[in-house]
Design a protein. Structure first.
Length: 654
């Protein structure tokens, strides 16, 4: 077994921390090297970026290198790095993915201690913050003094790695007038922004987008409102609908408002339609979008508003832009209300793009609770609340995020999945708000989010270069890309095929790429997302073919379609080498040890290892090296090292 490591260090234990950090990073880099299918081309860079997180944890966190939560991830990525790390936003874009890999390493090696979140949550927290992180790294208002100085030097053409250049520049800087020095330290706002790239996303089908645009719920409400307003409806002196008209509109538009609500035995008369949140939102939004106009105390339908009923989808972009302009949350809030916090409302309205970016990049639904947590962190970082607790702020922000998301759902940009409607007394306390569930983009929402990202200065490429290629061509062509791009291309490729067609092509790719264990395993990993009844027979056929037998057997065993004993056949050691390689990559040293134990006791394992070195299978050296370095039984490890030496020193045919 691997020796336990000391992972917690106090602020004065500098020697202990750096010693443990360096040992941990060496181990991490070796772990990355042993993974041929790893998403990172340069393990040393990934380890170097993980070192930043460890430095932060010791100097600014709780000092425990094995205890991590999503809050730690957010503080490291969105607070410390933008302020302290003197790296361009473009060069820093890989840091979230590197931390996700480091979290996977800690989990695989059993180094995450009690109090840590699961690996999948840590990885999701890191990768889900990529867009916010890149934006924060490029926002000069976040820079600390030292980082502002380095940014200024870099902007003036200084090579930061050249000590002589930096010394010369610093001397010149110190000679500048104080006003000039202060301006540079504060960070000029006029520096040209850098465009940062998002991972490629699969564009939805044009037919899906068109249907999604037309189905946006707000468009039917706008059409009904325009028809109701017609040539003119009288408004009150405060610019609201009369109560008689409001009563009709609440039903006509399905605003969800309750007029003259009852609480217990008491009835509270509605005295102004301005108190009806849903109606006020739609009216404010409709005016901003040009659906209706107000003049001389009356509201009139516009030509654009009356045309919505004929072609709702044509008005979709205008409706969304109007909502963003007025603010998804501001449109629902009375700034003079007794529970109002207008500064926070404005911040959360600006948070809308960050909220949309999560499900956009992930290309899947994200839990509403995660979006609430991200918004809460943003609010707590931006404001101080001396008279309340963070938990109370979090509850308040969660209500705001639900309202914001519901506005986006009304706009047809997102949809909520598995949201729970409150019942009974809870319904009154929650104001009728649904809780929980997850949030995903509609097809039209994907397109609008991509446009918003580009407007904000991001590159938002689409995946699909290989949609007409075979699975083999896809994997070979995208192999040189980063992991996010590869996954984006696979997602786009799958969308163009039925599950049956995708399974057949991926099986053919596994056959063609059997000489490349990494790509063969990626093909099988993609098949794992296809229904077992479809993919299972294709993989079983691969298990009957020598080049793919070992990898296919692992796939079948992992899904309960084969007994683990099937992984070892004493008469087919070439297959067993592939099995050992797959287990070493996917399950680490313990998985490798447990799989080798299928050969029998330690003496039998030594005997099998003594036969492995002659095998021509590509992963043989990797397997022998891994056993020699990690196996806890000295005799077995020694046998593997001896076999590896024999293989490397042999001059004859293997």
């Amino acid at each position: 077994m691997l020796c336990p490591m000391r992972l917690q260090f106090g602020p004065d234990d500098e020697d202990g921390f750096y010693s443990a950090r360096d040992a941990l990073l060496v181990r991490f880099e070796g772990w990355l090297d042993d993974r041929p299918a790893a998403p990172h081309a340069d393990p040393s860079q990934v380890a170097g970026e993980a070192a930043l997180a460890l430095d932060w944890k010791w100097a600014y966190g709780d000092g425990h290198l094995g205890r991590w939560t999503p809050s730690d991830v957010r503080e490291f990525l969105l607070a410390w790095c933008p302020r302290k790390l003197s790296v361009s936003a473009a060069d820093a874009a890989t840091i979230p993915a590197s931390f996700a890999a480091f979290a996977a390493f800690l989990g695989d090696q059993g180094l995450l201690v009690s109090g840590s979140s699961p690996v999948r949550e840590l990885a999701a927290a890191a990768t889900g913050l990529t867009a916010d992180f890149v934006a924060a790294m490029g926002d000069e208002t976040n820079f600390g003094m030292a980082k502002s100085l380095f940014a200024g030097a870099l902007a003036e053409g200084v090579d930061l790695a050249d000590a002589d250049q930096m010394q010369e520049w610093m001397a010149a800087f110190n000679a500048r007038p104080e006003e000039d020095r202060r301006r540079l330290i504060d960070g000029p706002a006029s520096r040209a922004p850098t465009r940062h790239a998002m991972p490629p996303v699969t564009p939805p089908d044009d037919v899906e987008v068109a249907a999604s645009r037309s189905a946006a719920p707000i468009l039917a409400k706008f059409a009904a409102l325009a028809e109701f307003a017609g040539t003119g409806r009288k408004l009150t002196q405060t610019g609201n609908f009369t109560l008689a008209d409001a009563r009709v509109l609440v039903e006509l538009l399905g605003t969800g408002d309750v007029m003259d609500p009852r609480f217990g035995e008491r009835t509270f008369r509605t005295t102004s339609s301005g108190d009806l949140t849903g109606l006020r939102q739609i009216f404010t939004w409709a005016r901003k979008a040009g659906v209706v106009r107000v003049a001389h105390g009356r509201v009139h339908a516009t030509k654009k508003g009356l045309a919505i009923a004929r072609d709702p989808g044509a008005f979709f972009d205008r409706a969304v832009d109007a909502l963003l302009a007025v603010g998804p949350l501001s449109s629902q809030r009375d700034p003079d209300g007794w529970l109002a916090w207008p500064e926070v409302t404005a911040l959360l309205d600006r948070f809308t793009l960050a909220l949309l970016t999560g499900p956009y990049v992930a290309q899947r639904p994200l839990p509403l609770d995660d979006l609430c947590a991200g918004a809460t962190d943003a609010v707590l970082e931006a404001f101080e609340f001396p008279h309340t607790t963070d938990d109370r702020v979090a509850r308040h922000v969660a209500v705001d995020v639900v309202d914001l998301v519901d506005a986006l759902e009304l706009a047809g940009v997102v949809r909520r999945i598995d949201a729970v409607a409150p019942e009974g007394d809870d319904a009154d306390l929650a104001g009728g708000r649904r809780a929980g569930g997850s949030v995903e983009l509609t097809p039209a929402g994907v397109i609008i989010t991509r446009r918003l990202l580009e407007d904000a200065g991001y590159e938002a490429p689409t995946a699909g270069r290989f949609t007409d290629a075979t699975a083999t061509e896809l994997l070979l062509g995208a192999d040189a890309e980063d992991f996010a791009t590869l996954m984006g291309e696979i997602h786009a490729w799958r969308r163009r095929r039925s599950p049956e067609q995708a399974a057949r092509e991926l099986a053919d790719a596994a056959r063609a790429l059997g000489h490349d264990p990494a790509l063969c395993n990626i093909a099988l990993a993609v098949m794992a997302d296809i229904d077992l009844g479809i993919a299972g027979p294709e993989v079983r056929a691969l298990a009957a073919e020598p080049a793919t037998r070992g990898f296919a057997l692992c796939w079948l065993v992992d899904r309960g379609l084969e007994d683990p004993s099937a992984l070892f056949d004493p008469d087919d050691l070439a297959c067993f080498v592939d099995v050992l390689a797959e287990r070493a990559v996917t399950r680490g040293p313990e998985g490798l040890r447990d799989t080798l134990a299928l050969a029998g006791d330690h003496d039998k394992q030594v005997a099998v290892i003594g036969r492995l070195w002659r095998l021509p299978a590509p992963p043989t050296e990797f397997v022998l090296g891994a056993i020699g370095e990690t196996h806890p039984v000295k005799a077995v490890a020694k046998a593997a090292r001896k076999a590896l030496f024999q293989r490397r020193s042999s001059t004859g045919p293997l």
